[in-house]
Design a protein around this ligand. Sequence first.
Ligand SMILES: [Zn+2]
Length: 163
Amino acid sequence: MAEEETRQCSTCGTQVRVTEKECPYCGLNLETGEAYETRVRKAKQDRDHKVAPLSTVLMLPVIAFALTVFAGYMYQRQAESALDSNKSLVQEYVAQLKKVDTLARFGKVSEARELCQQIIDDVENEASDVESDGDEEDGGATKKSLLLSIQSKAEHKLQKLSE
Ligand SMILES: [Zn+2]
C-alpha cells in the first residue's frame, strides 16, 4: 500500500492529503488559497443579496400603507385648516351681527339696518367667490353653507328692524 501524497497547509502547517480540497483543520481552501472565514463571509453575502429583492417585495405593502397614512394625515390637516378658516369667518360675522343688535338696542335703527345690509352684501360676495374658486368640495361646501346661514340670520334681523 503506497503512502499517500501529502502537502502542507500554508496556514496551519498540517500535512493534508493532496486529494483534499480543504485543510480539515483550519478550513483553508487548498486550491484557491481562500481562508474558511472568507468563504463563509462570501456565502453569507451571496445569500443576503438573493434575499434583498424578496425583502423589497415585502416592503411594498408597508410603503403603500405608510403613504396612505401620510395622505390621510395631509387630508385631515387640510380639512382642519379649512375648518379653522371657517371658524374665524363665522366669528367675524357673529361679531358683526352682535353689533347690529347693540345698535338696535340703543335705538340706532338706521345704522343697524345699514350694517345688516352690509353683512348680507359681504356674505353674498364671499359665497360667489367660493363658487368661482370651484372648491365646493371639502371646506368650500362647508364655507358656503356657513355663509348662507349667516346671510339668512342677517336677513331675518333686517326684516325685524324694518317692522
Ligand atoms: Zn490548515
